[in-house]
Ligand binder design. Sequence first.
Ligand code: URA
Length: 430
Amino acid sequence: MSAVEVIRTKRDGARLSDEQIRWFVDAYTRGEVAHEQAAALCMAIFLRGMEPAELATWTDAMLRSGERLDLSDLRRPSVDKHSTGGVGDKVSLVLVPLVAACGAAVPQLSGRGLGHTGGTLDKLEAIPGWRAVLSNDEIRRVLRDEGGVICAAGEGLAPADRKLYALRDITATVESIPLIASSIMSKKIAEGTGALVLDVKVGRGAFMADLADARSLAETMVGLGEAHGVRTRALLTGMDTPMGRTAGNALEVAEAVEVLQGGGPPDLVELTVALAREMLDLVGIEADPAAALADGTAHQRWRAIISAQGGDPDAPLPLAAERHTVVAPRSGVLQRLDALDVGVAAWRLGAGRARKEDPVSATAGVTWRATVGEPVVAGAPLLELHGDDPARFEGALAALEGAFDIGAAPVGAAPLVLGRVVPEHGAGRR
Ligand code: URA
């Protein structure tokens, strides 16, 4: 088999054979195919696409490049959620203890944030003592004892994706539906969950700005999950406006705890409960997630899960040394708050990283006092920047220029759930 021949096949628009795909993914993972050759193949896939059968084999080869966690000894049905990433999206922090409190086991193996969207592990690392890296035995123990675990996906899960994702990141080949779908689903199938709900974000702050593309990504991922025996559904959800009122690691943990204590911003509560309902329905558990938020059982689960991973749920979260307030220039109704601009501002303050190995700040971020549809008053605080390094404020303020519109006309909040994708054969339909 020759790497050049595989690249030429895809470059010229032909279908890769199963043999070609399995050989290439395995040889690249083992270091026998050069990065330049893998980069060329990713670009050819980006430009030419993949047929469903080709993509199924490609995903399976990525999955088989490493181990698959065995969660078959759990006494509860397992179900996880994956979000394609948004600004202020701290849903996982609430959802894992919430769905665990309702009786399922939630194995949330996550990554770190890259670019303007935050990463769940970076957020939780703001909690003193909390450990993201667990052994496979620890993952199984926390999951069995507490019903949920949120931790780093180990090196052994889908190592082909680890190499391919780093390569795509530096070769402008991230935004390809087959490459995104295979990357996400190889990792999620490898973590061993029996069921999966995908939150595919659409809008300015998301990978997919367009609803049709997001639906196509969701359908592709649902098909891949089902083909590997993982019951999978997806919600398409809006990401033009950032979620909740905070973007930044410790700031988002504090907001998630508010929701777990029965409060918090309505959009965050609504989306978390909608995703929890899908997850519980998929595994046949009849429980009311809204009740588990209101009666404190989800909060108790949070405390147990955080403690089991070395974190102190009672420790104060770190606060930024410096703040800068942006006031509303006029009175009226907030018509627009741009998720991408807010995400870039939080990132420039230090909440996110540009390269995988960069450190992130626990305290940096942006908070906003009003969201779309709410009244604002001239001269009153609208946005607040948080950070330890005042030199970063200028860049963040530049990102926020033009980030919002204030007008006289009343506007309703944009709908959060824009669509739902279930398997074609109807399994998993209500
Ligand atoms: N997240 C992933 O894990 N992979 C992608 O390709 C894009 C987002």
